[in-house]
Design a protein around this ligand. Structure first.
Ligand SMILES: [Fe+2]
Ligand SMILES: [Fe+2]
Length: 220
């Protein structure tokens, strides 16, 4: 089946529809979690960064909602209301640095990496709907990585190294929480034509690149 035919296929449309619903739900959750953070952010630069992101995510939700209507996708939420509440509760109880790690390294950077893998396989309309959001996510990731480096630079070397050493476990824990939600993400990605092993390999590479980036001292 060529790519265009596969885009009319029910399996593709159902799976892509669910991925779109999921992506939109995650964007809405990010918007809420970041909005809640504004009041307690450590300085004005952080507040401005978060506020800009809240506006961006709101735009992403609007773009995706509009596209999903023409895609005639099943609007049933992929993440249940209870799961959404659990995700928000998780982000709410984090201190600032853990918030940066979980939100930007895990959700924004690794999440976008997965979405980027879908783009070349997607139908033209879906691809277009992801263009602006993915472009903005680059900004969000840069904000998170820069802020994390900034916070790490305030720590003593021993504390800094200890924190850096714990980041992989944080990513792993969040990944487990996500897997534990039983979302069948692998089946969805495969149904839209993604090679899941290659996707996981790409995520591993992205993770080590991010860790190196974060560990780089500010002066360098
Ligand atoms: Fe977004
Ligand atoms: Fe984002």
């Amino acid at each position: 089946m060529n790519l265009q035919d596969s885009h009319n296929d029910t399996t593709y449309r159902t799976a892509m529809g669910q991925l779109l619903v999921l992506y939109t739900q995650v964007d809405r959750l990010i918007m809420q979690a970041c909005a809640e953070r504004i009041a307690t952010a450590p300085d004005e630069a952080a507040q401005l960064g978060l506020a800009k992101q809240v506006g961006d995510e709101s735009r992403h939700v609007a773009i995706q909602n509009e596209w999903m209507q023409s895609f005639a996708t099943d609007p049933t939420p992929v993440i249940s209301a209870a799961q959404e509440a659990a995700i928000l509760a998780h982000f709410r109880q984090l201190d600032w640095m853990d918030f940066l790690t979980d939100m930007y390294l895990c959700v924004e950077a690794l999440g976008s990496d997965a979405v980027e893998k879908v783009v070349p396989l997607a139908d033209p309309g879906t691809r277009e709907s992801l263009r602006v959001p993915l472009q903005d996510e680059l900004d969000h990731i840069a904000f998170g990585v820069d802020r994390l480096r900034h916070e790490l630079a305030q720590l003593q070397a021993v504390e800094r190294d200890a924190y850096l050493g714990r980041i992989p476990q944080r990513i792993e824990a969040l990944n487990r929480m996500f897997q534990g939600m039983g979302l069948e993400v692998q089946a969805l990605f495969e149904a839209v034509g993604t090679d899941y092993d290659m996707l996981c390999e790409s995520l591993r590479e992205r993770k080590s690149a991010l860790l190196q980036q974060v560990a780089r001292p500010l002066a360098a």
